[in-house]
Write a protein that binds this ligand. Structure first.
Ligand code: ZN
Length: 148
């Protein structure tokens, strides 16, 4: 597959998640909720996670924002269900590394659909959009662990 084909495939995937986001809505009951805003773009996301025995059993998000922030949150919540807090943080680290240009991280298949966002790393102002959901996740894990 050429790079152009791959890029358009990734773009389609981003649009798909944007138009039909997974896990969008409110979670009841939830363990922690974290709201994150990105004023430069206008993104405003609230992530809710339900944690049982150190494991994220459910995750949802709501709010408004650009296609990148929404698609990223949708892709992220899909991967979070069933992961331990430790695994969720590892995923977050991996994705953050990819967004900062780490090519090894970009090859990591465990990122699944999130890999579609690797092209965004070339646009510094949009990186924050892609990371917004993960910023909320990191904050949420800290709260669950009582580190905040
Ligand atoms: Zn944005």
């Amino acid at each position: 597959m050429t790079e152009v084909q791959l890029n358009s495939l990734y773009q389609q995937l981003i649009l798909e998640h944007y138009r039909k986001p997974k896990n969008r809505g409110k979670l009841e009951p939830y363990t922690e909720a974290v709201r994150m805003r990105n004023p430069t773009c206008g993104d405003d996301i609230t992530l809710q996670i339900r944690v049982e025995d150190d494991r994220i059993v459910d995750a949802r998000f709501y709010g408004e924002g650009c296609s990148i922030s929404q698609a990223s949150a949708s892709m992220m919540t899909e991967l979070l269900k069933g992961t331990t807090l430790e695994e969720a943080l590892a995923l977050s680290d991996r994705f953050t590394a990819m967004m900062h240009g780490d090519e090894e991280a970009a090859k990591d298949r465990s990122l699944r659909d999130l890999r579609a966002l690797q092209g965004v790393s070339k646009f510094p102002v949009r990186i924050k959009c892609a990371l917004l959901g993960f910023d909320a996740l990191q904050e949420g894990v800290k709260k669950v662990r009582g580190e905040e």
